[in-house]
Unconditional design. Sequence first.
Length: 781
Amino acid sequence: MGRRDSNTGGSLPLGERVRAAVRGLAFDFDGTIDIDRTRTQRRLAALCVSLLVGLVVTWLAVDLFPYHTVNDDEGVYLTQAAMLLEGKLFLYPGRLTEAVRPWFFVVQETPSAPGGVQLYSKYSPAVPALFAVGLAVGLPNLVLGAIAAISAALVYALAADAFDRTTGVVAAGLLGLSPLFLLTSSTFLAYAPTTMLNLGFAVCYVRAVRRDSSGYAVVAGALVGAAFFARPYTAVLFALPFIAHSLWALATARRAGTGWVVFRRYAAIALPGLAFVGLTLAYNAVVTGDPLTFPYIAFAPRDGIGFGERAILGYEVVYTPAMGVETAAEALDLLVTQWGPMGWLGTVAAVVGLGVTARRWWGHETGRNLRGSARRRHHGLGGRDRAFTELSDDALACVVAGVFASVFVGNAAFWGTHNGLRNGLIDLLGPFYHFDALVPLAVFGAAGVVAGARLLRRLAHRRFSASEARGVVFSVLLVSALFAGGVTVGAVEDPYDENRLRTENLAATYEPLLDAGFEQPPLTPSVPGVDAGGLSGGDSGIGLGGGSAAPGNETKALVFHPDPYGDWSAHPFQALRNDPGFDGPVMYAIDGGAERDLAVLDATNRTPYRFTYRGTWTGAVDPVEPELTRLDVLAGERVDATTTLGAPEGTNTASVRVETDEGYARYDATTAENLTVEWSVSSAGVAVTNRPLAAGPERLSVPAGASEVDLVVTYIGDFGETVTYRQTATVERSGDEVRVVWPPETRVCRLTTDCGSEREWVGPDGDYLDGVSVETDARVA
């Protein structure tokens, strides 16, 4: 490394030093018009490549993930984005918390909150703030494309700084040829936005060092601080190699006598970063009550960094260092063979690029043939004298390579990758916790590709004439591009097909809702400012003020939905999201017990529906048969019902029962033909009125308050096989009156008298045994 005599500024008067510091805050632009045609062409090429990458990501978001992926964290980020647009950090569902609690939201009892309870997400609002920009204009997918395009442009800049602009253009293209980048960037998750912030930090860091620009230093610090606010551990791992370089630079500058000037610049990086750390801690204090308790820890105290017992939502594991190494090795294998740029071929190119970089360093070739300002830029002098080379191209390449090591070593201590490998999400979207590792793969892969192309050109010109050499180079590059394209398609084909399968099954699942016109929200995101009427929350949460629901809500819909993963809203049906104020045209609530369902009905005063399906929910791997049923609440002294049930083929006898929490009553059924059962519900109890009583009370009592009443009709075959119709009605007895939610939920069970949603009756078009049919009607007597 060369050494120059310098005036470090240490002997300048204080006033001159202050003025110099103020001047240093300006961004170091030379102010001249760029007339370098080659440089302009490279920049235009980088712009075109970046825009193309953004367009591809936008297309994937619209076409492949119209209902999002099966990673239900997307719904969490989008809910937060909608909350930010309404100026909210908390949701206030009041007494209906259990019915509308979104996935990954923490319940916090707060006496001062409306309804005494508030909910907040386990994630930071930094990334949702980016998504909120798209929601505000009704085009959220464009934000994903913009993030991808900016990331590609920043990779160009970083690779150009470490190598040259041609390498930068290729690096941007390689990033767009990574299945991990394309698929994960097409989702509303935090990985791609955080990497964009990290890349912005890296590029501004290089500018700050090489141009001695305090302005770029401030921006670099702000960007890495924002990345910390978004995903603290991810930002720290990415920044570690840069921190190591800055410490080396400070120590070297101190020995060289230039410590103050260098320290000033790194302080300009550190202070905005620390400010965002303070913002992160302040946010923690606001939502969790403790600045050192992150929301994700409040949600699951044993979900975090390090080894030992780890647990989240009932899933527990003792995460050992050996398990961490094994997980890291598995993630590395996936990244370098399938999910990185051009699959395994990109990894080979990156290894070649590392070799080229090592050879360049070994031969001391960096900047050797450059002169003047180009040489100063190459060595990080930026027009100001320095006594040492602070950030050479080789040093920058070393820092970029360090990111790869930092990401993998650091994530070995985090059990999230272990979970992702076990729950199948990494099979669909790639090793997303290692998303930042794509940066060094793209940069060094580009270095390898460009080095190979230049070697080919030199060899061709040695053996052939100029025109023949151009033809040879073009032919070889064309064949290589076709081969690389085939490898890339092969790498992305399986995850693309698997995600396409799930999207098709999700589309079929949501079809009844779409047919009914439930389009906003949230099958398409809501737009703030649309007058939806709203609920009068008052001090008691949604629609509970004074025990009365909001007027005018009858024209809005309330959809009860199943909960195959537990009491979570938008999990797994994350397209069914509520507005932050629970006041949109459609409100979604978990179909729970009788008491909770009636409480939701009373609180919202909306037109109710029941969304259900027949089949087993397998994460959209297998299709289900969905159904959307309009509900009525029948109220009076007595509700009379008629149910006609078809006789399944092969059955010859039948039995009829009614069941409540108080017991059961059984009735004789003398025919195995289509059976009509007339039954009534009143404050005196429930009874079948057109069949003789065989056992039990004449009228089976119904408990006071909310409960469920079941009509159970079982058909029996010659060999004892059974088919049971079970109709479950939500009933409320209050004084001399009853309320009944109609129609009841009906299931057709085989070989058991009770079954789950896999045997749900979803209308006459469902897949049942021959002879199965259901007709039902009710009226207030």
